[in-house]
Write a protein that binds this ligand. Sequence first.
Ligand SMILES: [Zn+2]
Length: 455
Amino acid sequence: MEPGTIVKTIHQHSKTSLSDEDMQKLQEIADDYSKVKNYVYQRYGSINSLSKIYPGYTVQNEMTRSGRRAELGLPSVYFYLAIFDALGDIKTQWAKVKSEILRRINRNEGFTQEDRHYLRFVMKIDICFSNILCGKKMEIPTEMESRYAELMSGVSDVEKLHRYLRRQVRKNLNKMHTDKADGFFITERAYRYGENNEGSGKCHGIYISTKEKRKRVFVPLTDTNQYKKQLYIKLNKENNTIEVAIPKTVEIQYHDEFINEIGISMGVWQMFTTHEGHVYGEKLGEFHTNLVNFMRDGDRTYHREKQSNPGRKKYQDKKAKLEARLHDYINRELNRMIETERPKVFYVPKLPKAAFAGVNKNINYSLGIWQKGYIKKRFTQKCRENNIEIVEVIGKNISRECSRCRAEGKYVKDIFKCDNCGYETDKKQNAAANALYRGKTDGRLNRLYPYSEDI
Ligand SMILES: [Zn+2]
């Protein structure tokens, strides 16, 4: 990736819900795709296969010979994409395991400086690392022999260090498995954009190869954009829709005029409140309640009339529409916040996972479909695109602390009150002001972006 650019994922959505039959055809691919991935995880995810996964030809050849593809009857394009997908996951896991071990080596006081140099060296050379883990004879690429000899001479007990590495890998390397079968990668060999005249008039969409020879499923899309790259097809089983994800490299926008430090607090009813009391996404709760009520009513009808199952398609279309409208609203409000606040950095409280559970019945019912994850994802993405830093701060008691005098106050519904200094303000604004304060003082936890993509 070039400096100054980031990868952005753009999405396309199916225009209407698919027929059960078409959905089933796509599901069959997703099921097989997942089976292939699990097979690769199982066969190449362990210590013994470490030497095979870089650069991966061996795996590809062995998988070709395994006969799995014919057994499943899966088109080869999906078969190989599943293999590379799984290999990518395995490599990611190895990278994580290595960085965790390096972190421990640096912290472990039982090691001498020479021990550390030696360990770092053998971990960097795949063949060395792999042989150590498998208990095989040490093999050193010729050009590195002298360096290796030099490093080894500084170490008192080489075997002890090797045992340490084996132990750490056993401890940190997990067995990989996926129970999910809700999507698959796809390349141009297995899709094409086009128009379809069947049914009610001309519509634009994407044709996707299925397990049946020369039979493609047509999915109408909400836009007419066409891409020529590897795409990811995500299946939404509960409403028979699909989502197409397209990776796209975009240039980061640098704004010299963005100089503000902004504390924010996130909520279920109002998306974001700043330390100055500006609210963005004021109607989030309203949008969300509409969606929840609609779904609950739909579920009731569904259970009552399960046999005949009338209007299920209508329900799914309406639900998809409501969701799309909610997402559109979230994105517009995030843009408005960034344009208005002109932030250099956002300070956000880190809250425990279940912070909002049990607020009321409606919320409990809807926790599964709450848009918090979506909001965070979009928020992070937009900050990255605009070179805005996100700093997480300690979330503990952030709603109870008085942002004016630091004493512990209390809140009743949406109003925060401090008995110590008499300050009274909106609860969310008080929390946002505390986020700003903690961010600027000693309450910083970690800089989420640019160092990590997660929030
Ligand atoms: Zn106070």
